[in-house]
Design a binder for this molecule. Structure first.
Ligand SMILES: [Zn+2]
Length: 311
């Protein structure tokens, strides 16, 4: 059960050293300064390590992938970032043995965790859209509801600024744009407001689905994004702007990522290939592949760890 794991999760990420006595470098650096398991480390820094077996009365050799005991120290392994955290054996165990694999919901790790981060980044992008569209819709409907009052006030202010009531045609820039708003038919503004609300609902649906990593949300986001690309190109051709270019590039990148990385519409083997990938990278086999053999020098490291923790 996940609850079994969560009970023993800690926030002591900094206590996990690079070279644990449980074998090899646990940060998985690949030549550069960034560790290979940086997404796991980030998740653990935010939510704590996912440890099991720290609260068990005894540890069996069969639990070596989850928790080990060496020279009086208990070493539960973080099932997400592969760090081994030294602890004294529990003074008051809450269970007899470490939980079986059938009791544990493995956390996301490796490429699957990276995928989750990318999807949530897109969800954040959609959240920003939702906020902007909601504000725009509120402005439109408030404008429609108070049109006459606003137009009266606008005319008075502009007459004062321009020196007369008949010079508003000379206004350019933002002030001229406001004048243009009063020339739009209320029915057109109403439909424009409904269109903005509908678009905000669509973006909110994408946001929630992507945050929860739903397959349908990947399709919905791809289709909605691609359908808007022609309009974005048209907008840029009509009136180029840096923000429009950035929005266009971000949306193209999102569409390409979803199509190829998430294998939509049968691309790169489609859903079946994606399912096989998730089984291969997300199951116990992946954890076992990353499990080091117990090291020969475990005793020496353990003794040093005890000395450090009591210093
Ligand atoms: Zn961890």
């Amino acid at each position: 059960m996940l609850a079994t794991v969560a009970k023993t999760a800690t926030n002591s990420g900094r206590r996990l050293c690079k070279g644990s006595p449980m074998g090899g470098s646990q940060t998985g650096r690949r030549g550069g300064s960034r560790p290979a398991n940086r997404y796991e480390l980030l998740s653990c820094a935010i939510g704590g390590h996912v440890l099991v077996g720290a609260d068990a009365a005894s540890v069996a050799a069969a639990d070596a992938a989850l928790v080990r005991e060496t020279d009086g120290l208990r070493w539960p392994r973080c099932l997400r970032c592969d760090g081994w955290e030294p602890k004294p054996p529990p003074a008051a165990p809450t269970r007899d043995t470490a939980p079986g694999r059938e009791e544990i919901d493995l956390p996301l790790r490796g490429p699957l965790l990276r995928d989750r981060y990318v999807l949530r980044l897109i969800a954040v992008d959609r959240a920003i859209h939702v906020v902007v569209l909601t504000v725009l819709a509120v402005i439109i409907f408030v404008f429609i509801g108070n049109r006459h009052t606003l137009q009266h006030d606008y005319n008075e202010i502009m007459a004062a600024l321009t020196g007369g009531p008949n010079k508003q045609d000379e206004l350019t820039g933002l002030l001229g744009y406001f004048r243009h708003l009063f020339l739009i038919k209320p029915s057109h503004l109403y439909w424009a407001g409904l269109l903005v609300v509908g678009y905000a609902v669509l973006e909110a649906t994408e946001m929630v689905g992507l945050w929860l990593a739903k397959r349908w949300a990947e399709y919905l986001t791809f289709v909605a994004t691609v359908l808007l690309v022609p309009f974005e190109v048209y907008e840029m051709v009509e009136s180029f702007g840096f923000l429009k270019l950035v929005t266009f590039l971000v949306n193209v990148a999102i569409a390409v990522y979803l199509l190829f990385a998430k294998r939509l519409f049968g691309v790169r083997g489609g859903h079946a290939a994606e399912h096989r990938r998730r089984v291969e990278l997300g199951g116990w086999a992946a954890l076992d592949r990353a499990t080091p053999d117990p090291p020969v020098g475990a005793r020496r490291h353990a003794e040093r760890a005890v000395g450090t923790s009591t210093a």
